[in-house]
Design a protein around this ligand. Structure first.
Ligand code: RB5
Length: 146
């Protein structure tokens, strides 16, 4: 069974709850790192929790939520081994996995309706990394290479 780490700030809280229920209903194991209410909080803390869980392999992948998805993606990508992708539709969600082997996706809760967020998550979770030339490019990111 796939274990998925979830995290949000206050702006992403409600969408996180919605996606959490959807994933549990579909047999995924969820580790929820908060936030646990709409009280204002700072997103770097939650992004780092999820990023560390994925980097340490206590979760297979992560999904982060904030108002735009931008803040959590910037914060998560500071953690070594994390490839956090800001995605905004089903196509970019699938490509984030197929081409970038994204181990976290980031969603902007103020811009994506719950129904579409569900489709985006489904698209990411069912996609497969294509390897080959894409792996070569990921290696170049790791090596800080051209
Ligand atoms: C919170 O107001 C908002 O700034 C935050 O959720 C996020 O969008 C930051 O990137």
């Amino acid at each position: 069974m796939k274990t998925i780490a979830l995290g949000s700030d206050h702006a992403g809280f409600s969408l996180k709850e919605f996606i959490s229920s959807y994933l549990k209903e579909n047999g995924y194991e969820i580790v929820d790192y908060g936030a646990f209410s709409e009280e204002s909080v700072d997103y770097p803390y939650f992004a780092r929790k999820v990023a560390n869980a994925v980097a340490e392999h206590s979760a297979d992948c992560g999904i982060l939520f904030c108002g735009t998805g931008i803040g959590v993606s910037i914060a998560a990508n500071k953690v070594k081994g994390i490839r956090a992708a800001l995605v905004y539709n089903s196509e970019t969600a699938a490509l984030a996995k197929q081409h970038n082997d994204a181990n976290i996706i980031c969603l902007g809760a103020r811009f994506i309706a719950p129904y579409y967020a569900q489709k985006i998550v489904e698209s990411y979770l069912t996609a497969t990394f294509e390897g080959g030339k894409h792996q070569k490019r990921l290696d170049k990111i790791e090596k800080d290479d051209e």
